[in-house]
Design a protein around this ligand. Structure first.
Ligand SMILES: Cc1cc2nc3c(=O)[nH]c(=O)nc-3n(C[C@H](O)[C@H](O)[C@H](O)COP(=O)(O)OP(=O)(O)OC[C@H]3O[C@@H](n4cnc5c(N)ncnc54)[C@H](O)[C@@H]3O)c2cc1C
Length: 359
């Protein structure tokens, strides 16, 4: 139970870090600890075209193509106007995007990392991490503990290790998603993600592999509470008021339970120290409107592996400093893009949800 690198969390960020470490620093002993068995459906299902480059870089593109995925050629948004405007991937050099089965995608990445030599422990949660003289002692939910020279926090929203390392998690909004899967209602002929704004937020829906569909309403936590959005009947009634997405949801059947998830934009400060760092959503989280969460998670896992290799193989901390600046710069650019995109919707500029995002 002694490792060089312990990765807490086996989502896209944790597995990308494990995969990249196995390629770039194969002498390091890596363990990836994941609390689930990837048995439940996961949210976050659209992969933009640029994901291909990252998956190829990680050497898992063929394995990805073997999992359930549906090609998609763009998104369409009724944003700032009542009709849909296409954002066609055909205008991008990198080709198509995909809708994926997230649980299968995350499991595929973790399996690939294990096949390349990372130790995989799933069904085990990281309870806590303590900093000692010889590195980290990581306490597990099964009562065991392990030691590691370097700790990676890839626990997503939990930001578990980041907090244990004394970093602050700063939220810039309180966006939340209330959504559900439908077993039937995916339209193979129209696999676009469709976004439609309304007075208190926005809805989106996407056709998934195997004829499934996902639909969610995104708004602020306090607004959702006022709307009573976690109530099934209210959710359907609210969906029915949406001119474009309403009929799509009405045509979907075999609904799963309504799930609520925080989707607040936030960042960890600092995102890295000399012997720990945060990747993916633990380091910073973007609005799902950006469809950048998975790509960002993969990219940060790859960059993190370079910094970890430098410090553990050569005692060179400059990579860690570069990583910190990369995460901060990336979040600053995201905030500019977020402000620009939200300012394009002016129809409800006096409503709290939109006021909070103006300027
Ligand atoms: C409603 C919604 C829709 C979204 N839609 C999209 C989209 O269409 N496209 C997109 O790119 N992004 C989307 N996102 C964002 C995307 O899902 C995240 O950015 C992405 O999952 C981040 O990956 P990650 O590896 O950092 O974290 P996660 O995917 O959250 O993975 C964290 C992992 O850590 C594990 N874990 C947590 N705590 C512990 C612990 N204590 N011990 C061990 N393991 C632990 C979890 O089980 C999980 O496997 C969406 C998000 C939301 C909320």
């Amino acid at each position: 139970m002694r490792f060089d690198v312990a990765i807490a969390g086996g989502g896209p960020a944790g597995s990308a870090c494990a995969l990249s470490l196995r390629t770039h620093a194969p002498a390091l002993r890596v363990v990836e600890l994941e609390s689930s068995q990837y048995e439940r459906p996961r949210l976050g299902e659209s992969l933009p075209p640029i994901a291909r480059q990252l998956l190829e870089h990680l050497g898992v593109f063929d394995a990805f193509r073997a999992t359930a995925s549906a090609q998609t050629f763009g998104t369409a948004a009724a944003w700032g106007r009542p009709r849909l405007v296409e954002n066609d991937f055909v205008f991008y050099a990198r080709g198509d995007g995909w809708h994926i089965d997230r649980a299968a995608f995350d499991a595929m990445l973790a399996t690939e990392a294990a096949q390349r030599g990372a130790t995989r422990m799933s069904g085990v949660s990281v309870r806590d991490a303590e900093h000692g003289r010889d590195g980290w002692r990581v306490m597990l939910s099964n009562g065991e503990s392990l030691s590691a020279r370097f700790l990676v926090d890839a626990t997503g929203s939990a930001s578990l290790a980041t907090r244990a390392c004394g970093a602050e998690v700063v939220a810039v909004d309180h966006l939340a998603g209330f959504g559900r899967f439908f077993d039937e209602g995916g339209d193979a002929a129209d696999p676009r993600t469709i976004v439609e704004s309304f007075a208190d937020g926005w809805w989106y829906t996407a056709a998934l592999p195997n004829g499934k569909r996902f639909a969610a309403c995104m708004t602020d936590v306090d607004v959702a509470r006022e709307m009573n959005l976690s109530d099934d009947a209210v959710w359907y009634a609210s969906a029915a008021t949406m001119p474009i997405i309403g009929p799509i949801i009405a045509g979907a059947s075999k609904p799963g339970p309504l799930v609520g998830r925080s989707a607040e934009s936030r960042y960890a400060e600092p995102p890295a120290g000399d012997d720990w760092l945060a990747v993916g959503d633990s380091a910073s989280r973007f609005d799902p409107l950006s469809s950048q969460g998975i790509v960002k998670a993969l990219r940060s896992g790859i960059f993190a592996s370079y910094a970890i290799g430098d410090v553990l193989m050569r005692g060179d901390l400059r990579g860690i400093a570069r990583y910190r600046e990369f995460i901060r710069g990336e979040f600053a650019s995201y905030m500019e893009a977020r402000a620009k995109y939200y300012s394009e919707e002016q129809r409800w500029s006096d409503r709290e949800f939109w006021l909070r995002r103006s300027g």
